[in-house]
Structure formats: C-alpha cells, structure tokens
Design a protein around this ligand. Structure first.
Ligand code: DUC
Ligand code: ZN
Ligand code: ZN
Length: 482
C-alpha cells in the first residue's frame, strides 16, 4: 500500500457532537486530510480496533502558573499542566491571562506568553481576566486584544482583588458587545460573603468546612440573577462559569427560556464532591475548598440533569492547582489557617474527561454526543476556535482521543501527571481512560505513557465568538442605543 498519510487511525468508532460512524482517519501535517473506509497507507498506522474515538478535549477553564497575590503559588506551570491534560485526553487548554489592579492588560498577556511559550505540550489560547477596567483598558487595550485573538474575558463579582461593581461590569459588557467578545462571569455576591464570613470568624468557626457556610447557594443565585440582568440590559451574550447547583441552574434556565443568550458551564467538582468533603479531619477539608463550594447530593443530581437537557454548554475542570503540603499551596498560611486564608481551587485537568465518560456516558446519564459537545465542541464554538478545534472533520486539527472503555481503574494521585500532591477524586472508580491522545497528529499519550514534548503546543488566536447578528438585536433593552 502506498503511503498517503503521515498517520492513519484505522477502524475508528468516531463520535462527534452530532454523528457516530466507523471509518479510518487520515492525517497530514497535523490536520485531518481524509475520513473514510479503506484509506491508503500511513507512515504511522494506529489500529483503533473499533474503539471509540472522540475529538480531543478543550478545557476552556483552567488556571496554570497564575501569579497569586497572597504568597501562594500554583503547583502546575504550563509544562506539568499541559502534560497532565494530554494524559487525560485534553488537547487544547484556555487558561487565563490575569490582570492585576494597576497592571495593563497587555502586560498580563505578555507575561503569560512568556510562561506558556516554550513549555506547553498542547495548544493553548488565553482568556483575559479584567480586574481594573480603566478607560485605557476599555477603549484601547480590549479592542486591540480582541482583534489579536484574545476574544473572551472573565469578570469576577467576588474576591477582593478581582471584584467589579455592577457599573464596571456594564462597561465591560458594552465593550464585549461592540467587539464581539464572550464574557464569562464568576457569580457570587461579595458583600454577603464578607458579612457571613465576619460572623463565622467572630464565632471562631474557621475550619475548612465553614468555607461552604460563607458561600451558600443563595448568594450564587442572587449574583447569577443580577449578572443575567446586566447582560440583558446591554443585550449581549454571557457565559456563567462553574455553576454549582439548583438555584443558579434555575436562573439560567429561566433566562434561556426567555430567549436570552445565556450560556453556562459546570465542573467535575459539582458532580463528584459535596460540602461534606470539606468537613474532614484536621485540615484535610482544605483540599476541596473551591468557589463556589460543592453542594449536596440533590444538587449533584440537578447538575447531571442540566448537563443532559442542554442547560449547560460547557464542562470544564476549573483546574486551580495548589499543593496540599508545603509552604506555597493550601497551607500557605499554616495548617490551621482560617478558611479565608486557604487558596481557592482544586486540580482536575487530567480527570475531567474520564470522570464524565465513565460516570456520565457509561453510566447512562448522558449520551456520547452530549459528552463531545460538553467537553470539546461547544467550548471551541463559544470561544472562537471551531472548526479548527472541537470536532473530527476534514480540515480540523488531528486532536483525537482513542478510548479504552474496558479497563476499570481507581483514580490515584500517584498515577496522575500534574504537579499537585493530591487529587480530590482519590479512590473514585472509573471505567474509561484515554488509550491514546493525539495532538495535531502527534501521539502524546499512549498506553499509560506520556510521550509529549514541551514546546509542541501552539498559541491559538481565537476568532470573535459572538457574530454581529447575535449582538445588538436591541429588542430586550429599553435603554441601550447602539
Ligand atoms: N474558584 C475560582 O473562581 N477560580 C479558581 C478556583 C476557584 O475555586
Ligand atoms: Zn471563578
Ligand atoms: Zn476558575
């Protein structure tokens, strides 16, 4: 057989967000050149033997090497973080270039390119985090950066060093609307959290479990409702990140039912953990401190249903890698520090796809098309990377996962490839794990071995995700005049 391709994957059981069929996949120069039966030869041949093959994961919410203001340091840089992602079937990450107050956005972007450039093993784009929306940021930097491929930004309604007030959010939403960018919103009510926290600390309730008491779902519901109202006022799409349970889901569904372009994301912690996981002996509960906090079993069920019924478009990890031991992570202020001093976030880049494939698809909660949509396709679409990323199609990058659905295993941190000394999912059984991950046609993970290389990952400039016909329809805003 003459050689027609660099790589051919034979007998693949291909699943995309919409289709499922058996075919070979031919790859040239990192792109899918042909899909069909009995393709010509490849310099490298991979026999998928009828195994499920899905698009590589797009993890559109993860934090890597993000400088912190309180002395903490993330355990994963772009090297270890993207290595871990590849071993779990993720081939594109979109972490954040985070602006500190007083810093220019451009300086933040330049800094993150330094961090990622020579290190990343898989492709990456950047969201921006805007914490200081000066006139310069709003009217000069953001329009220029959106045009250069940084087409989404995250806004915080909480965290003292990040939070914006409603008026600032409105200004940023107006820029998003004018520029066709996607806004991501962290929706929790900061003043209510501060008020509750004060009372908890005054009463000596400082243990990790009180983190969940300081951030009840009511506060997420209120902020979600308010964020949606602000987006409605400006008449612009918005994506609510890391939704934790029923009350925020209800707000999002109501908005979607009204025809508003409100999108939503959830994460593995809201399916696999509960607030009880913060209530462990000693300081152990700090391992599961993240915001919003995990809720309870009934809310896990709501999240599963909302994954299935289309309320959520995106399932991301919110990987925020802080070591449990040592002076830089969860114990940066000691091993009995109050919950307010514990860095927020948990690791999850590598376990995201196996957990959802196993507990979602194989346990019958969602179908494989929904899985692909949630873990890859919708993130690529909503952040301007589709169809290069997010699907299996001729012309798309050959970012692929060949699945092993036959080998049950127990998640153990010792088998993971991040640089964090724990996983909150230790001991959880999964029936699925990537057998092979390809990044632009290069095998980066195969049969338990990491084969990737620092620097293989390329920066992806994103398209404007919000087309003009979605922006500025104007019919919902009594005030806004373009
Ligand atoms: N919450 C966030 O908003 N970001 C990082 C981690 C977390 O818990
Ligand atoms: Zn957040
Ligand atoms: Zn986050």
């Amino acid at each position: 057989m003459s050689v027609a391709f660099d790589v051919v994957i034979r007998h693949a059981d291909i699943a995309t967000a919409t289709d499922r069929y058996l075919a070979d996949i031919g790859i040239v120069n990192g792109r899918i050149e042909a899909i069909g039966k009995h393709l010509g030869g490849g310099r490298e041949e991979i026999d998928a033997q009828g195994r499920l093959v899905t698009p590589g994961g797009v993890d559109s919410h993860c934090h890597l090497d993000q400088p912190m203001s309180d002395g903490a340091k993330m355990a994963d840089d772009f090297l270890s973080g993207t290595r871990s992602a590849a071993c779990g079937g993720t081939t594109t990450v979109i972490p954040f270039a985070c602006q500190f107050k007083g810093q220019s956005l451009q300086a933040a972007v330049d800094d993150y390119h330094q961090r990622a450039g020579q290190s990343s093993a898989i492709d990456y784009a950047f969201h921006l985090i805007v914490s200081d929306p000066t006139p310069q940021v709003l009217h000069e930097e953001l329009p220029r950066l959106v045009a250069q491929g940084y087409t989404s930004f995250k806004l915080y309604m909480t965290y003292d060093d990040m939070k914006l007030n409603d008026r600032q959010i409105l200004k940023l939403l107006s820029v998003a609307r004018a520029e066709g960018a996607m806004t991501m919103i962290h929706a929790e009510n900061a003043d209510c959290i501060a008020w509750l926290t004060e009372q908890l600390l005054d009463a000596g309730m400082t243990a990790p479990r009180y983190h969940a008491h300081a951030r009840p779902m009511l506060l997420e519901r209120e902020a979600t409702h308010r964020a949606i109202a602000l987006a409605e006022l400006v008449d612009v799409p918005m994506l609510v990140v890391h939704v934790s349970g029923q009350e925020a889901v209800a707000q999002i569904r109501a908005a979607q039912g009204l025809g508003l372009k409100i999108y939503a994301e959830t994460c593995p912690q809201y399916l696999m953990l509960t607030a009880d996981d913060l209530d462990q002996d000693g300081f152990e509960g700090a391992k599961c401190i993240c915001s919003p906090p995990p809720r309870d079993k009934a809310n896990q069920d709501v999240i599963w249903r909302a994954l299935d019924n289309g309320t959520f478009q995106v399932f991301s990890s919110d990987h925020a890698p802080f070591a449990f031991e040592g002076p830089h992570g969860k114990q940066v202020h000691g091993d009995d520090a109050p919950f307010t001093e514990v860095p927020n976030g948990i690791p999850g880049l590598e376990t995201r796809l196996p957990l959802l494939m196993s507990h979602g698809v194989l346990d019958g909660r969602i179908d494989v098309h929904r899985f692909v949509d949630l873990t890859s396709t919708q993130a690529a679409k909503l952040y301007g990377l589709f169809p290069r990323k997010g699907t299996i199609a001729v012309g798309s990058d050959a970012d692929l996962v060949v699945w092993d659905l036959e080998t049950p295993r127990t998640i153990q941190n010792s088998a993971l490839h991040h640089n964090v000394d724990y996983t909150p999912y230790e001991g959880i059984e999964v029936k699925a794990w990537p057998a092979i991950t390809l990044s632009r046609g290069v095998v980066v993970w195969r049969d338990g071995q990491y084969l990737g290389q620092a620097g293989h990952g390329q920066f992806l400039a994103c398209e404007r995700p919000v087309p003009a016909q979605v922006r500025g329809r104007g019919h919902r805003s009594p005030v806004w005049r373009p």
